[in-house]
Design a protein around this ligand. Structure first.
Ligand SMILES: Cc1cc2nc3c(=O)[nH]c(=O)nc-3n(C[C@H](O)[C@H](O)[C@H](O)COP(=O)(O)OP(=O)(O)OC[C@H]3O[C@@H](n4cnc5c(N)ncnc54)[C@H](O)[C@@H]3O)c2cc1C
Length: 555
């Protein structure tokens, strides 16, 4: 993946995608595989917004059954299987325990009925070559067995439990990058830190965009026959660059997560609900607990999004209320992150409850309002991004007035995902690279899949590059260099949060950050001032927000 905006400005594309989250990445992959001349631009880093903020689940979404969204659940369950196949190094089955309480909205018969339906809708869950990826069926648990599995559960009112299976991503940020890498290999041109600032048009037809290179500072134009707005929570604001009053308005719902000491056994996730219909996941995450989420309408500009002290307190309070054994305090929070769910506001003046709002996506062809060459994609789930991309690219062909090429992404694998059986693949790599520590190879297989050789090749170029950045970490220096050379990392934050797992559990320590900064400084020619400011920006991200004073809040 090489960034070359000057070259991109000389081309005329069939398709230009605005937004480098999972939606844009999947569209770029699909379109490039079908042979369309494709470009994608992202105003910050790839996967820098909502796509780095999910609960990391690849799931059907059991709770959507309550809203009778059978189509969405079936779509998600099918896409879950495709994702296990497309990216076997990134997506793994995970058991979930769902306890049934007397006072909860979900009585055991309701849970059993819902789970039976979920099971039926995932009838294809074993249609996978790798037996380790085939999800077992759910099974009911007695009260005793439920408590044996999670002794910390409140015993009062507990009737029984259910054990079911969904999937967990290893790294949503790297999975998005995997799709972008695959798009690039199929011929797509990509650039991060390239912000669309306006649309160019001839009459009713869009012909391209103006954009600002946020690295070099120049303003450029890109030409394209069709443009897809995949800017997630910014979708209506982006349309505002073209129309005074965009036809679609978005609701934005804020959701945050915290990572804490392990508050539940780490061999399964916990799905908790209560009588108010609240919902909480406690997910095992690299030896710690990942807890989420909140769901609160967000009124501000998405550029101003941040996780506040109140958000963290709210989630701690919710966790302690729904799972008292946690007894969490702010000092238990190692890391926190959040994002905005874009939800399409229907033609209604009634306030929508964002928690109950559908996670269904909407693909909107602006031809309906007389603008040719623009398609907007709004809403959706990470899990269903591949299918969403398929529908968008079909519409792109319609706009191009060309016969539709068949969608190849059900059968295709991304380059890092060209693996038949994941465990056999890891063993084979460990034998092939037997001079290196087996844990290092296993770690690199997880992050890079079938591209593991490429990182090891970088590691062989200088001594120490395959040593951990600090003794208690798995990440090695070669990953930082690979991120810069092959994955368009431009800032230290890109490398720490979105190319490696260095920041995923909170502050990895000064020694590791300093080494990573040294490698980037050397590679990108940073002076000491630039290196220090990059380090300061990353360190600031680990500081738990303090409650704002009234004056700060109104500023
Ligand atoms: C709290 C929370 C938990 C979730 N959990 C899950 C889960 O467990 N499983 C699941 O399947 N889904 C989950 N989701 C949903 C999932 O994360 C989103 O559906 C998905 O990430 C949306 O991706 P996107 O590419 O559409 O948006 P984004 O990732 O937000 O990408 C849009 C991009 O457009 C860019 N952009 C904006 N304006 C411009 C411009 N002018 N020029 C260039 N670029 C621009 C932005 O910088 C951004 O990177 C969750 C969402 C939230 C908020």
């Amino acid at each position: 993946m090489k960034r070359n905006l000057a070259q991109m400005a000389t081309e005329t594309y069939d398709l230009l995608i605005i937004g480098g989250g999972i939606t844009g990445a999947c569209i770029a992959w699909d379109a490039a595989l079908r042979g369309l001349k494709t470009a994608l631009v992202e105003k910050s880093d790839f996967s820098g917004a909502t796509s780095s903020a999910p609960s990391k689940l690849v799931h059907g979404g059991l709770r959507y059954l309550k809203n009778l969204e059978f189509g969405l659940v079936r779509e998600s369950l099918r896409e879950r299987r495709y994702l296990e196949q497309i990216a076997p190094h990134q997506v793994d089955p995970l058991p979930f325990l769902l306890p049934a309480y007397r006072q909860s909205q979900n009585s055991p018969p309701i849970l059993l009925a819902g789970m039976t339906l979920y099971e039926l809708l995932s009838y294809d869950k074993r249609w996978l070559q790798d037996p380790d990826k085939q999800l077992p069926s759910f099974h009911p648990l007695s009260r005793k067995e439920t408590l044996r599995r999670v002794p910390q559960l409140t015993p009062e009112g507990l009737i029984s439990g259910l054990l079911y299976y969904d999937c967990l991503m290893h790294s949503p940020e790297r999975l998005t990058l995997d799709f972008l890498q695959a798009a690039s290999e199929a011929g797509a041109d990509l650039a991060n830190y390239a912000e669309v600032t306006g649309f160019e048009r001839e009459g009713k037809s869009l012909t391209g965009v103006t954009l600002q290179d946020r690295i070099g500072g120049e303003n450029l134009s890109l030409k394209s026959k069709v443009i897809v707005n995949a800017s997630g929570p910014w979708a209506d604001l982006l349309l505002g660059l073209m129309e005074e009053e965009p036809a679609r308005h978005l609701l934005r719902s804020k959701g945050i997560h915290i990572i804490t000491r392990a508050i539940a056994p780490l061999d399964q996730a916990l799905t908790l609900t209560n009588e108010q219909g609240e919902h909480l996941f406690i997910i095992p995450w690299r030896g710690y607990s990942l807890i989420g989420t909140t769901d609160r309408q967000f009124e501000g500009h998405p550029d101003q999004f941040k996780v506040t002290s109140e958000d963290i307190d709210e989630l701690i309070e919710k966790t302690n209320r729904m799972y008292p054994a946690a007894a969490l305090t702010r000092t238990d929070v190692r890391y926190f992150y959040g994002g905005l769910r874009p939800i399409v506001e229907k033609e209604t003046k009634v306030k929508v409850d964002s928690y109950k709002a559908s996670r269904k996506h909407e693909v909107y062809d602006h031809e309906e309002e007389g603008i040719h060459g623009l398609i907007s994609v709004i809403g959706g789930k990470y899990t269903t991004a591949r299918h969403l991309a398929e529908q968008v690219v079909d519409k792109v062909y319609h706009q191009l007035k060309q016969p539709k090429a068949p969608c190849p992404t059900i059968q295709a694998q991304i380059s890092g995902g060209k693996i038949e059986r994941y465990q056999d693949f890891v063993s084979a790599q460990q034998s092939k690279w037997c001079l290196y520590r087996p844990e290092l190879i296993a770690h690199l297989c997880r992050s890079y899949g079938a591209r593991v050789d490429k990182v090891l090749e970088v590691g062989k170029t200088a001594p120490g590059l395959l040593d951990p950045l600090s003794p208690d970490l798995q990440e090695v220096g070669a990953e930082i260099l690979y991120a810069v050379r092959e994955e368009m990392a431009q800032t230290l934050a890109d490398a720490v949060f979105r190319r490696t797992g260095l920041g995923t559990l909170g502050d990895p320590g000064t020694a590791a950050l300093e080494k990573a900064a040294d490698l980037m400084a050397q590679e990108l020619g940073w002076d000491s001032e630039k290196r220090a400011s990059e380090l300061a920006r990353v360190k600031a991200r680990f500081v738990l927000p303090e409650a704002e004073t009234a004056a700060q809040a109104s500023a």
